[in-house]
Design a binder for this molecule. Structure first.
Ligand SMILES: Cc1cc2nc3c(=O)[nH]c(=O)nc-3n(C[C@H](O)[C@H](O)[C@H](O)COP(=O)(O)OP(=O)(O)OC[C@H]3O[C@@H](n4cnc5c(N)ncnc54)[C@H](O)[C@@H]3O)c2cc1C
Length: 390
């Protein structure tokens, strides 16, 4: 393990790996990424990997748009594979949010996202198995889909390694070294690394790490179960990802025969990130099965095949903190992705590398991610009832 570094990145999830890669790609050297397990061993490895561009906030929409372009050309842009399947994404809305949906689609079209509003009849024609009860309209994004988060994170890590980044696994950062009020390095369970810059991309453990530097980040760690079912032989046609804002669930194709069911609602109960129920419970499998049968009755003949639960690192407005921490020079945070941090990870790496190397981000207006918003009360308001939709 190196004894000194110019930049230490803590966390080998998708955003830590993307950050290390983007820093190295921009020419930074002596970068060390430290991961307490293996790459993607945290929430990234349990993620559904949905890649959608439908965000009511323009910054998030722009980040999602640019990230889709990276996922589309991952082998050429980054190298390796992200497992991107461009099956399209449909957002289903009820009458209460049809106006927000239409305005969001308009905003997206102005910024170069191909998206259109479909009526309930159009949606039924697109997917004959769909029941449109309660659905007023849908937003169809043909360029979205889903990717393989563990594969994508490992590909970012491999690309970073090729550019000279040292990836140190099975090593935990236990403390931060401070000198005269600024970051001077990290202490790990093995050795210390002196470094003038530390980037905290530690996901659900990010608030704990920040607290060592005296920085408060209001994160609640919550549990998110998903269930994978097998589609019956009578429904093996290609179908997009469905985000059902009426029923509160999402349905994501899983290979050619499976479909994953998750919730677009946040369970606000806090859990211990180091000791939580990692499997989907019997009740959760039953609830997922009921949710998909309501929208796709043909799934009455489907079978539940597997399920698990991962962690969300949730902030009060469901948006991450991506910022240079003013009170501790040399300390940067990109945490609190609140259950939607996979799809925007290519843009996140770009933003953090700009912040570290230029002191500001020139590509996006990142005010929505400021750390001090929790003090000023300037929190993001989603256009939808589900804040995760952004
Ligand atoms: C079930 C589930 C489904 C999801 N579905 C989607 C989806 O469809 N689309 C989407 O965009 N997002 C989704 N998300 C959210 C998305 O997966 C996460 O926001 C994203 O993966 C977070 O990546 P990260 O790199 O920020 O953090 P993490 O994946 O949490 O990685 C942080 C890493 O830091 C390491 N670490 C922590 N502390 C230390 C330390 N002290 N020393 C060393 N290493 C440390 C951890 O081991 C971990 O590997 C989902 C999440 C879950 C759980």
């Amino acid at each position: 393990m190196p004894k000194t570094a110019d930049i230490v990145v803590v966390g080998g999830g998708i955003n830590g790996c993307s950050t290390a890669y983007h820093l190295a790609r921009r020419g930074a050297r002596n970068i060390v990424l430290i991961e307490k397990g293996h790459v993607a061993s945290g929430p990234t490895g349990r993620s559904s990997g949905i890649v959608r561009q439908h965000y009511t906030n323009p910054t998030l929409a722009a980040m999602a748009r640019d990230s889709v372009r990276v996922f589309e050309r991952f082998a050429d842009e980054v190298g390796g594979d992200a497992g991107f399947v461009q099956c399209g994404v449909v957002f289903l809305s009820g009458a209460d949010s049809a106006r927000v949906l239409a305005e969001t689609v308009e905003m997206h079209r102005r910024m170069g996202i191909r998206e259109s509003v479909l009526s309930a009849d159009d949606l039924k024609a697109m997917e004959p198995q769909l029941v449109t009860e309660g659905v007023a309209s849908g937003a169809y994004d043909p360029d979205g889909g889903y990717a393989d988060p563990a594969l994508a994170a490992n590909s970012f890590a491999d690309a970073a390694k090729r550019l000279g980044v040292a990836i140190v696994k099975r090593t935990t950062v236990t403390a931060l070294r401070m000198e005269q009020g600024r970051i001077a390095g990290v202490v790990t369970d093995k050795e210390e690394i002196a470094s003038p810059i530390v980037v905290n991309v530690a996901g659900p453990w990010g608030a704990r790490l920040a607290a060592i530097a005296g920085v408060e980040i209001p994160l609640t760690v919550t549990r998110h179960p998903v269930v994978v079912m097998q589609r019956p032989r009578t429904w093996r046609t290609r179908t997009p990802v469905w985000a059902d804002l009426v029923g509160g669930s999402y349905f994501k194709p899983d290979g050619d025969t499976g479909i994953m069911v998750g919730s677009v609602q946040n369970d606000h109960r806090s859990v211990d990130a180091d000791a939580y129920v990692e499997t989907a419970t019997h009740d959760e499998i039953a609830a997922a099965s009921s949710a998909i049968v309501r929208r796709f009755p043909i799934m009455e003949d489907g079978t539940a095949s597997k399920g698990w639960a991962g962690l969300y690192d949730v902030t009060p407005d469901s948006q991450p903190v991506i910022d240079r921490i003013e009170q501790v020079p040399g300390f940067f945070c990109a945490v609190g992705f609140s259950g939607h941090g996979f799809k925007i990870s290519p843009a996140v790496g770009r933003i953090v590398s700009d912040l570290v190397l230029d002191g500001e981000c020139r590509h996006y207006d990142i005010a929505v991610f400021r750390h001090d918003r929790f003090k000023t009360g300037d929190l993001h308001q989603s256009g939808y009832a589900y804040s995760i939709v952004g």
